[in-house]
Design a protein around this ligand. Sequence first.
Ligand code: MLT
Length: 411
Amino acid sequence: MARINENYFNLQGNYLFAEIGKRVERFKAAHPDADVIKLGIGDVTRPLTPAVIASMHTAVDEMGEASSFRGYGPEQGYPFLREKIADVKYTRRGAAVDKDEIFISDGSKCDTGNILEIFGTDNKIAITDPVYPVYVDTNVMSGRSGPYKDGKYENITYIPCTIENNFVPELPKDKVDIIYLCYPNNPTGMVLNKSQLKKWVDYARENKAIILFDAAYEAYVREDDIPHTIYEIPGADEVAIEFNSFSKSAAFTGTRCAYTLIPKKVMAYSSSGEAHPLHPLWNRRHTTKFNGVSYIVQRAAEAALSEEGLKQTGEIIDYYMANAEIIKEGLKSVGIQAFGGVNSPYIWLKTPNGMTSWQFFDKLLNDVSIAGTPGAGFGRSGEGYFRLTAFGSRENTYTAVDRIKNKLKLK
Ligand code: MLT
């Protein structure tokens, strides 16, 4: 008799963005004339840059010639890309890493989920709340969460990030083993400065815990004291695994390329208390279960980090950040409190008139045909909040703000 993984029964409803997609499609079917502006899922709209396209074309041509054709590549990624990432994203920021510590993959969503395979199921997990739902759901699937009760999983430690604490998570009172931090934060769009992040690194070092640091929005950091990588914090290379991706920084949401950095010094412990490096475990997992990102895509990612590529993607990021400002100002002008959007493409707003976040989702869709993301979908502390993204086109951003100012009935 084939037995099912019953942990899946513990999941609450559909994956958040699948649920939103379904509701928006239902609305469109009922209102075929509605011009729905999607500011929900954080999907980019600006195309790949010229440097990236040129490099992809060259790589495609190479694949068409016997002399330059490539079959299976190294599972960990081609050295040319690992070296480029080590240089541009780390060494230049004073966070020296070895290129061998970088693993190329097809997405940070997959990596943040898959990384759990190299950890025991008895680890105590901590998440900031609200949180990117993948961290929670993958722990539920692997049996670490315990049962769901009163909007929470019993074995997960939730660290609220709300207006009351200016969205800065406090260290947990109980002892935890694995901590998820995403900064700049999805969904709140808020950040931690170096001294705030240092407290977490110190906690992890004192408690032999591991930080899973999701830096997917790092390219949006504008302010000086905000770290781009957790390895800017001394000692982080002993306790942190970092995830980053080309999705939001170089328009790769459909092209797929990301990387995970596991410093060779990062250790976790066996049941007898013996320290073991995690790097060889992930290498074993990666070589067994993954055959690498395509050569063409890795050449594209390399080009995104060339001087020309960085200039071009920088312009796209400026474009989205100008959208963020337009949205934030628009919300403020109608009396809605809005956060984030300074070092991040996400704007996190307080729902007006005490509406729940799903009520506001319905109102925005029904009144002004704008699809956003209800805060409650990111966890209990997201109730009463709502997320809009700055990833739309400029035209749609202006139209959305105009509708919010002139057509949304808030009274
Ligand atoms: C989001 O909207 O939170 C992100 O697009 C989801 C993701 O990156 O997978």
